[in-house]
Design a protein around this ligand. Structure first.
Ligand SMILES: *[C@@H]1O[C@H](CO)[C@@H](O)[C@H](O)[C@H]1NC(C)=O
Ligand SMILES: *[C@@H]1O[C@H](CO)[C@@H](O)[C@H](O)[C@H]1NC(C)=O
Length: 212
């Protein structure tokens, strides 16, 4: 009896140890809802090489917006092959004067590489609110630790192209301006919680499409 128990124990412990390598991959099945751990796996018979290829990052994004910036994502929602792998990518286009305003990826650290142009990039530590920022040129890379506010500004004379990779298939994105000024949080509460002037809050709500 004990012998059988030990055998069973060995079997289950080795199978749980090797659990991570049982599946080669877990291509996202968009027919099922996404959960906290990502999408469920598409049936192997339905997986093709195109699930592991994303061609959209060769195309400049549309920077005709207030930020003069475009973010093209290749995360699990667009790129089924990265589901479950803990990685993803994006392309940033910054027109002259463009900015990716202060934002957070709650689920991922990020590393960027400048493909074209000159940018000022930086992040702010949570512990001491220290600013770490630097001008980056073609070929330079910089890392933004997970969950910290960061930004990129095009400080050059040409448009800038940046590629980003993330330590998650679904890094998440929250932009401070939109969180404050693009919703119906009452202006009085925005004033109270940010110490901004009421008129400035009203102006920014108009700019970003908020109400209240
Ligand atoms: C797999 O492909 C078949 C045939 O194209 C389709 O009917 C089925 O819905 C697919 N299943 C999934 C889980 O995508
Ligand atoms: C870029 O976006 C603007 C504003 O939404 C739109 O008017 C314009 O047609 C777009 N340009 C292209 C090339 O898609």
């Amino acid at each position: 009896m004990l012998y059988i128990f030990l055998l069973a124990f060995l079997f289950f412990s080795t199978s749980s140890l090797s659990h991570g390598s049982v599946l080669d991959f877990c291509v996202a099945d968009y027919m099922a809802p996404e959960g906290p751990a990502g999408y469920s796996c598409k049936k192997l018979a339905n997986v093709t090489v195109d699930d592991f290829v994303f061609t959209g990052l060769g195309v400049p994004g549309n920077t005709s917006n207030i930020f003069k910036a475009a973010v093209t994502l290749a995360v699990d929602a667009q790129f089924p092959g990265v589901n479950g792998l803990g990685i993803s990518m994006a392309r940033l286009d910054l027109a002259i004067g463009g900015v990716v305003p202060l934002h957070i990826h709650s689920g991922a650290s990020e590393v960027i590489i400048v493909e074209q142009g000159t940018i000022l990039a930086g992040f702010i530590s949570a512990a001491a609110n220290t600013v770490y920022m630097k001008t980056l040129n073609k070929g330079d890379i910089m890392v933004f630790p997970q969950g910290l506010l960061h930004f990129e500004v095009n400080t050059g004379w040409n448009s800038a192209i940046i590629f980003a990779s993330f330590s998650s298939a679904n890094p998440g994105l929250q932009i401070v301006d939109l969180a404050l000024f693009a919703n119906d949080l009452p202006s009085e509460l925005v004033v109270k919680t940010t110490f901004l002037d009421y008129l400035q809050v009203k102006k920014l709500k108009a700019v970003f499409g908020g109400t209240g």
